[in-house]
Design a binder for this molecule. Sequence first.
Ligand code: NAD
Length: 285
Amino acid sequence: MVAEMAQIIDGKVISTQIKDELKEKVSKMKAEGTEVTLAVIQVGADPASSVYVGNKKKACEYVGIRSLAYELPEETTEKELLDLIAELNGRKDVNGILVQLPLPSHIDEDKVIQSIDPKKDVDGFHPQSVGALCIGQPGFVSCTPAGIIQLLKRSGIEIAGKECVVIGRSNIVGKPMALLLLRENGTVTVAHSRTKDLKEVTKRADILVVAVGKPKMITREYVKEGAVVIDVGIHRMENKKLCGDVDYEDVAPICSAITPVPGGVGPMTIAMLMNNCVESVDLQA
Ligand code: NAD
């Protein structure tokens, strides 16, 4: 019997679709006299952070969002950073504020996140944004899990009534992912480092979201035949190639749909950041 090929969920195509829709919206807003502006703050010159910040600027240009870059030196004090955020909170011409993480160790990240006006919190990390998601009120949603919902919806994958298993309970991926799947009426289980008999749990999943941070950990023994597998992990292998938390070669043949790495979840994160920037205008109105 020849196995049916899994549907490859193409995050490049879907993220471009979203950015193109936003581009049109932004150009209409401009015609009506509204400009969308994102302020991006980076403290220090961590090379990975610089790449992320550069990609965010590029996406802003593509969509037509004005971006203000604040590249602060490593020795910036917490007070200086909080003062800058306070200033940006007060500026009517700034819609979104993003502080690139991680911050240098002398700055309290939680304090910084909490200083951002929740109406400008386009990363969705502020406790008020997280709380709003939890009780179903309007607010910003963390970009990576929001992107995964878009991947599923735009690939025609139904969430309602499905067994959804999320591996990982981080604040930026696992927890908001579980809340979003619940909002879409999935039956949600969150598995984590202390879960007993992980395979038994993950094998129940119709939709399996893997955000475990371990290269190629998830092999086919963890996956039910015909499941949809979403791989959030990104790792650089010794041969410089990227891989995910899922052993793609092993798992792809038995599932109905799967995201590749690269080109799956990765490109969606920035697309959803752009979406949050555009939404921020309505939220502030
Ligand atoms: P994290 O390290 O904060 O969380 C990992 C989670 O996995 C933890 O909650 C832990 O309980 C769980 N875990 C660890 N070992 C386990 C095990 N053996 N069995 C079961 N559960 C286990 O990671 P994160 O920030 O949620 O990110 C996860 C992965 O996704 C990383 O590879 C990261 O690089 C990637 N990531 C990608 C994007 C993107 O845009 N594509 C965004 C954020 C994170």
